[in-house]
Design a protein around this ligand. Structure first.
Ligand SMILES: *[C@@H]1O[C@H](CO)[C@@H](O)[C@H](O)[C@H]1NC(C)=O
Ligand SMILES: *[C@@H]1O[C@H](CO)[C@@H](O)[C@H](O)[C@H]1NC(C)=O
Ligand SMILES: *[C@@H]1O[C@H](CO)[C@@H](O)[C@H](O)[C@H]1NC(C)=O
Ligand SMILES: *[C@@H]1O[C@H](CO)[C@@H](O)[C@H](O)[C@H]1NC(C)=O
Ligand SMILES: *[C@@H]1O[C@H](CO)[C@@H](O)[C@H](O)[C@H]1NC(C)=O
Length: 528
């Protein structure tokens, strides 16, 4: 175990010295690095990779129990591309070279048979995000690990992919259509979907803007900005913006208006809010209005959505909504939504706002409780609770009788019991640790890792499980999602690791920002 002070990182490990180099008097944590834990996470990475490389590569994902593969991301080798930034951070040169060699061979013009439908969003966050991050890493902190020609090819491949995807934005409003079909005689075509969701529209701009900044061609940034502008300036707020800054889910591709006022921090809307503050961090000059919209969304979340379970009022979760008003709240949250604490902490650091950091830490604590409540020590896919104040309201029912005892003890009940190797809870621990230096968050992350390792180790890798509240996680889905490599293993590693330029720092001077798939890209703007 080494103790690092972030300001002295360049000098290597030091012992118990806390040095404040932060311009902010209130925040200058020191960090602890645990070699034994790092080795444990590396072992899990290597085991997952070896299983994938032997039985699935260059297909998308490993089915670890049947020892075969799945092409759930169009057959371009999703797990390989998604693993590259983690392999770099772990300094796993052999795996990095295997992935780089693969990237050179990908033909993005073609999808494999049976996997022709391409998601603009998933392809952007996993493939394009993986490629631009690899390029930033290999031209920055990891320069020299592979030859320059290979590095250049990575950027060329990112351009090839973006060119093919660009058709998605060819709509009357500029709001992209999410689902495309490749392999037609004339190249990709869009499907005829009439609406797109704010997460799939609003979680493109970081990757595409980075590509523009790396190539000097601003057309990629412009395409995503045009779509995003409809989300920043809601044309029909009476429908689409029930609370200031908190917006609906579905947007009409024809005219950019909102089709509903349903939303919150769960899947389908989540990463739209995440990217607002990340774009400001990426470049505060170009993305100032994104910061204003993020602040509005967070202030409204604190005022209208923060909710405490009736029997555990010390816990805080964020409610969902379907329109404005207490009777339109829906007391449901999810593993996906548990990134919220981390994102609000990052915003608090970026804006020097202690109240946001405090609120983010409360949410992190709530998500930790969802892990503490179950038999496996892993939190569920989704859960509900009864709000402590809206007594007897029709939208605030009690726990079902078979979950009443569980609710009485834990402050939530399970509505979907699966765990599919998602990262968000550990992701938020990571931001909490980087903001505070409180080693309790490292311990929470290590507990989570040990529980996941115990429950999800399966066959030649790791698998999603059906029931976090049953012995051994119920049964296996025989599925190892690519984000296991990109996210869970990365955040589990970084929170236990020493100082590095891409580690989140406890102030507003971050030089790297993580996309929603945990691929770090280099910040473009001047320090905030
Ligand atoms: C993770 O699980 C594997 C397989 O069961 C085991 O060999 C390894 O020691 C575990 N890692 C840790 C850190 O406990
Ligand atoms: C998937 O793996 C199989 C078996 O190794 C191989 O024949 C096939 O070409 C691979 N497909 C893709 C798209 O990589
Ligand atoms: C593949 O896609 C690229 C980028 O859109 C395009 O320039 C090229 O012509 C395509 N190649 C084939 C063989 O279709
Ligand atoms: C991108 O948008 C900027 C600002 O509106 C504009 O000046 C520029 O010409 C656009 N570039 C392209 C390639 O359309
Ligand atoms: C809620 O309902 C219960 C049972 O019907 C009743 O005893 C209680 O007074 C009600 N509380 C409020 C605040 O209306």
């Amino acid at each position: 175990m080494h103790r690092y002070s972030w300001a002295l990182a360049a000098l290597g490990p030091v012992s118990s010295v806390v040095v404040s180099a932060s311009p902010l008097a209130f925040r200058s944590p020191s960090y602890v690095s645990h070699q034994d834990r790092l080795d444990g996470v590396k072992e899990a990475f290597q085991r997952s990779w070896d299983g994938y490389y032997e039985y699935a590569f260059p297909n998308d994902s490993l089915k670890p129990i049947s020892k075969t593969y799945d092409n759930d991301r169009n057959g371009w080798g999703a797990s390989a591309v998604d693993a590259i930034s983690t392999a770099l951070i772990m300094e796993n040169t052999e795996v990095v070279k295997q992935i780089v060699d693969h990237i050179k061979t990908i033909n993005f013009n073609q999808t494999v048979e049976g996997a022709e439908q391409v998601s603009l969003f998933e392809t952007t966050i996993r493939y394009l995000g993986g490629l631009v991050s690899a390029y930033d890493f290999l031209t920055g902190p990891f320069e020299g690990i592979v030859d320059q020609d290979s590095v250049d090819t990575i950027l060329d491949q990112a351009v090839n992919l973006a060119e093919l995807l660009s058709i998605a934005f060819d709509t009357p409003s500029g709001v992209p259509i999410n689902d495309l079909v490749f392999n037609g005689p004339d190249g990709p075509v869009t499907t005829n979907e009439a609406t797109n969701g704010i997460a799939t529209i609003g979680t493109l701009i970081l990757e595409w803007t980075r590509l523009s900044d790396l190539t000097g061609d601003d057309k990629y940034a412009n395409l995503t900005r045009t779509g995003e502008d409809w989300l920043l300036n809601v044309k029909n707020p009476e429908v689409g913006e029930p609370y200031p800054g908190l917006i609906g889910t579905n947007v009409n591709v024809k005219d950019g208006t909102f089709a509903d006022g349903r939303g919150g921090w769960n899947g389908g809307t989540d990463s739209f809010y995440e990217y607002l503050i990340k774009m400001y961090l990426y470049d505060s000059e170009r993305f100032g209005v994104f910061k204003d919209r993020w602040i509005a969304a967070i202030d409204s979340s604190i005022t209208y959505l923060a909710s405490h379970p009736s029997n555990r009022p010390e816990l805080t979760f964020l409610a969902a909504y379907n329109g404005a008003g207490p009777d339109k709240l829906n007391f449901v949250s999810s593993h996906l939504a548990c990134f919220d604490g981390g994102n609000i902490i990052l915003g608090g650091l970026t804006l020097d706002n202690e109240d946001y950091i405090k609120f983010g830490l409360e949410l992190v604590n709530g998500c930790h409780e969802t892990y503490l409540g179950t038999v496996t020590g892993i939190g569920p896919e989704s859960f509900r609770w009864q709000d402590s104040k809206l007594t007897n309201a029709s939208n605030n029912g009690a726990a079902p009788s078979d979950q009443a005892a569980f609710y009485a003890k834990n402050g939530y009940w399970i509505t979907s019991s699966a765990y599919i190797l998602r990262p968000e809870v550990v992701e938020s621990y990571y931001y909490a640790y980087r903001a505070t230096g409180d080693t309790k968050y490292q311990d929470w992350a290590w507990d989570a890792f040990l529980h996941i390792n115990e429950t999800c180790s399966a066959g030649v890798g790791f698998s999603a499980v059906t029931n976090v509240n049953a012995a051994n996680g119920g049964s296996f889905y025989d599925s190892q999602e690519s984000f296991w490599f990109a996210e869970v293993l990365k955040y589990s590693y970084l929170i236990q690791a020493g100082e590095a330029p891409y580690q989140v720092s406890a102030d507003h001077n971050n030089e790297w920002v993580f996309n929603t798939e945990a691929h770090p890209v280099r910040v473009a703007g001047k320090p905030i």
